[in-house]
Design a protein around this ligand. Structure first.
Ligand code: FES
Length: 113
């Protein structure tokens, strides 16, 4: 049970991406967070193409002109509504979502179920 938030919303601009470290199911993981107004979505920071991190440096993500998240390794592009790969070497696959919730001005890991 986490007692610390993943990130405070005041540190996280709207339409922004952030990288955080968190323990998920007992394992230390890197997560990608995306803020969409008052909502935040999260995925494991693992590209379905070759299992590499999506950021080129911790917390530094590439975005296309139309707002897609672009994997720094080989250019797979992901839409940020659902994490689906829409172009590149793993088109048709998707990022693995992690449940998070926004509460008290911060982002927290959500319930697993
Ligand atoms: S590992 Fe992401 S595109 Fe290859």
């Amino acid at each position: 049970m986490s007692t610390e938030p993943l990130l405070k919303l005041e540190q996280f601009p709207d339409d922004g991406l952030a990288e955080v470290e968190a323990v998920v199911d007992g394992d230390a993981e890197s997560l990608v967070l995306f803020r969409d107004g008052d909502r935040v979505r999260a995925w494991f920071n693992i590209c379905p193409h070759a299992g590499r991190r999506l950021d080129w440096s911790p917390g530094r993500f590439l975005r296309s002109k139309d707002g897609l998240l672009v994997c720094a390794a080989h250019g797979a592009s992901f839409e940020l509504a659902g994490g689906a790969c829409v172009a590149g070497p793993c088109r048709g696959e998707a990022l693995r979502e992690v449940a998070v919730e926004v509460r008290d001005g911060a982002v927290w890991l959500g319930a697993d179920d």
